[in-house]
Design a protein around this ligand. Structure first.
Ligand SMILES: CCCCCCCCCCCCCCCC(=O)SCCNC(=O)CCNC(=O)[C@H](O)C(C)(C)COP(=O)(O)OP(=O)(O)OC[C@H]1O[C@@H](n2cnc3c(N)ncnc32)[C@H](O)[C@@H]1OP(=O)(O)O
Length: 167
C-alpha cells in the first residue's frame, strides 16, 4: 500500500540514527504520512553489520526506537520522549547495502508516557523485525542542553524527496 508523505521531519548533527554529520550513523530520513504513521528510510553501511552482510540487531533496535519515539511528533512536534522500554522481535536477517523502510506509529498516549509499535521492512515488503516501545515524555531541556542551531535540528530536503512511500 502506498502512503502519501505529508511532511519530512528534522535531522540532527550527531545522533547515531538521524545525525547528518555522524560519519558512522544511519543518516535516516523520517516522513510523516497520511496514515498517521512515520516512515524512516535509510541505507545501512558495512559498519552496521553484525555477521558479515547482516544488520546488527542493536542497530535494528536503534532505528526502530527512534522511529517509534519520533512518531509522537506527528501530532505535536514539541513532545520529546526518552525510551523506558523496548521489545524487539527479529524475524528475518536484514541485509546491508539496500534501502530499508521502517514504519512506526503511536498506540497509546497519556499525560506522562506514550507507547508505539514499528516494523523494519525488507526491500520486497516482508517484515524483518517488529518492535514495541514505551517512552516517558520529558521537556527537551531536561533531556539535553538543546540548542536547535548548534545541534543542526532542521528539515533538510533534497531534490528527490518521495511524495509517496510503498509499505
Ligand atoms: C536535541 C537535538 C536532537 C538530537 C537528536 C534527537 C533525535 C530525536 C529523537 C526522538 C525520538 C527518541 C527516540 C530515542 C530516545 C532515546 O534513545 S532516550 C535514551 C534511552 N533512554 C534513557 O536514557 C532513559 C533513562 N531513564 C531515565 O532517565 C529515568 O529512568 C527516567 C525515565 C527519567 C525516569 O526517572 P525517574 O523519574 O527518576 O524514575 P522513577 O521515579 O522511577 O519513575 C517516575 C515515574 O515514572 C514511572 N515509570 C518509570 N519507568 C516506567 C516504565 N518503564 N513504565 C511505566 N512507568 C514507568 C514510575 O512508575 C514513576 O511513577 P510514579 O511513581 O511517579 O507514579
Amino acid at each position: 500500500m502506498k502512503q502519501k508523505v505529508l511532511k519530512k521531519q528534522q535531522n540532527s548533527k550527531k545522533c547515531l540514527v538521524c545525525g547528518l554529520k555522524n560519519d558512522l550513523g544511519l543518516k535516516a530520513s523520517f516522513y510523516e504520512t497520511d496514515m498517521n504513521e512515520l516512515i524512516a528510510i535509510f541505507n545501512p553501511l558495512e559498519e552496521h553489520q553484525s555477521y558479515p552482510g547482516r544488520l546488527h540487531g542493536g542497530i535494528a533496535g536503534a532505528i526502530l526506537d527512534e522511529t517509534i519515539g519520533r512518531a509522537i511528533m506527528i501530532q505535536d512536534d514539541t513532545i520529546w520522549g526518552v525510551t523506558v522500554e523496548l521489545n524487539i522481535k527479529y524475524k528475518k536477517p536484514i541485509p546491508l547495502d539496500e534501502e530499508l523502510r521502517v514504519v512506526g506509529r503511536i498506540t497509546k498516549d497519556s499525560k506522562r508516557l506514550f507507547e508505539g509499535t514499528g516494523e523494519i521492512l525488507l526491500p520486497d515488503g516482508e517484515i524483518a523485525a517488529t518492535a514495541w516501545g514505551k517512552y516517558m515524555k520529558m521537556p527537551i531541556d531536561k533531556i539535553a542542553d538543546f540548542n536547535e542551531d548548534e545541534q543542526e535540528w532542521r528539515i533538510v530536503s533534497s531534490k528527490n524527496e518521495p511524495t509517496e512511500i510503498e509499505v
